[in-house]
Design a protein around this ligand. Structure first.
Ligand SMILES: [Zn+2]
Ligand SMILES: [Zn+2]
Length: 107
């Protein structure tokens, strides 16, 4: 898996996913959410709306490391593999799993 903030490859540290670059831990809960989204990739890919003209999102795809595309506010999808970050997940990543120097400010 890749860090959604900076696409560094996540490693397991004390049983939790850890991004070295951001000094950021992702909780077990987050890991479960990521795994579910990866499982749903194929289904999502089928119904990905036309996002070619949309702006790029904030996050990188946890599954393949590609920059995600923004569908709407706090809702992004990877057009490569179908990995989806919905509003709830988006919020959880930002609020519960802060990352050093994301978006120009320290969380
Ligand atoms: Zn990172
Ligand atoms: Zn992807």
């Amino acid at each position: 898996m890749y860090c959604p903030y900076c696409k560094e490859e996540l490693r397991v540290n004390d049983g939790e996913l850890y991004c070295n670059a951001g000094d950021s831990y992702f909780s077990k809960h987050m890991e479960v959410v990521f795994n579910e989204a990866i499982d749903n990739c194929k289904d999502v890919k089928v119904r990905i709306p036309k996002v070619e003209n949309n702006e790029t999102g904030k996050f990188f795809c946890v599954n393949c490391g590609t920059k995600m595309m923004k569908i709407e506010s706090m809702h992004e999808v990877c057009t490569c593999c179908g990995f989806e970050i919905n509003k709830r997940t988006f919020y959880e990543i930002i609020e519960r799993n802060p990352h050093r120097s994301f978006g120009g400010r320290t969380l």
